[in-house]
Design a protein around this ligand. Structure first.
Ligand code: CIZ
Ligand code: SF4
Length: 315
């Protein structure tokens, strides 16, 4: 309680606002809500940060979320509880290789997921998140465009199935969603016939096939509220249970099964990089001003274009 109180005081003193992702520790999500910040998916984090009048944004999440905030608001000070929190999708898409791949297909529109570096965004025509990927690709397809998609292959295949678009896919994956196992999920469904299965489309196709609802974090939270089931089996990071339980106090949420359990699996149902955000590191960052996010100023004018397209498309 003392830590939380001190963080709230520092935020107020520095005219800073805490912007947290649904996958961060529930205590951080609660604190963001209590101090006038926001808890959201990466799309709404970006929009909130850009529109907020605070001069400092403290972004609790992973690196690309801090970079996106900086690209959209270069005049703001962007801090993160840790600068070490990366993402397997970002790591799996180095800009040199990606750029060379794009150069081989100059006729294609380049669509990248938000989970990428500023340099990769600067090479893209569009940035999307899982909240808007299907709609954006659909509209590009209606326009007769062929697409390069990166980095998440599972989300890419899902978008391809949903839209029928001509897409060349990069082959990275999220280490959290890749761990969900279809056989065990089918067994769990049989065990709990009253349950609905909620799946994030970064999961493999075999998991998506078992879903009652497929969508981004914000769409899954909505599905939990809308579907009548008393029980939900959830295939995404368990950090999302905080918001689901808050909005649906009378429903029950359980993790979809993974091969490893607990300590034997570093990334089972919880992202190890999201987990690097702690209350201690939030306070430490505010006190020291360390962990400020910088983006190469030469990249910003190019990276902002595809991001702004996304914000305009979804507003
Ligand atoms: O898996 C992630 O990192 C997600 C779901 C990001 C987002 O779009 O909120
Ligand atoms: Fe990246 Fe997966 Fe972690 Fe999201 S959950 S930040 S996609 S590794």
């Amino acid at each position: 309680a003392q830590l939380r109180h001190e963080i709230a005081q520092e935020l107020a003193r520095q005219k800073a606002v805490l912007v947290a992702h649904y996958y961060t520790d529930p205590v951080i999500q609660a604190l963001a809500e209590q101090t006038g910040g926001c808890v959201a998916d990466s799309l709404e984090m970006a929009r909130f940060g850009k529109n907020h009048k605070a001069s400092t944004l403290l972004v609790a999440g992973v690196r690309f979320m801090g970079e996106t905030a900086k690209i959209l608001s270069p005049e703001k000070r962007i801090l993160m509880p840790t600068l070490e929190a990366t993402c397997s999708l970002d790591l799996g898409c180095p800009v040199d290789e990606f750029s060379a791949f794009c150069d081989q297909h100059p006729d294609r529109t380049v669509v990248v997921y938000a989970n990428t570096s500023a340099a990769v965004k600067a090479r893209a025509d569009w940035v999307v998140t899982s909240s808007c990927a299907v709609e954006v690709v659909e509209s590009l397809m209606d326009n007769g465009e062929k697409i390069i998609w990166a980095p998440d292959q599972h989300l890419g295949r899902y978008v391809q199935r949903e839209t029928g678009a001509d897409m060349l896919l990069w082959d990275s994956a999220c280490i959290v969603h890749e761990e969900f196992k279809a056989k065990q999920l089918a067994d769990m469904k049989a065990l709990y016939p009253e349950a609905a299965v909620l799946v994030h489309p970064e999961s493999p196709e075999s998991i998506i096939e078992l879903a009652d609802a497929v969508g981004s974090t914000s769409q899954l939270i909505k599905a939990a509220q809308t579907l009548p089931n008393p029980l939900f089996i959830v295939a995404t990071d368990r950090g999302i249970f905080y918001k689901m339980q808050q909005l649906c106090p009378n429903k029950q949420f359980i993790e979809a099964p993974t091969a490893g359990q607990g300590a034997t699996c570093r990334s089972c149902a919880h992202c190890p990089w999201m987990a690097m955000n702690t209350l201690e590191s939030v306070l430490q960052t505010l006190r020291t001003g360390q962990n400020e996010v910088f983006v190469d100023p030469a990249l910003i004018p190019r990276a902002i274009k595809p991001l702004q397209r996304m914000l305009n498309f979804t507003q």
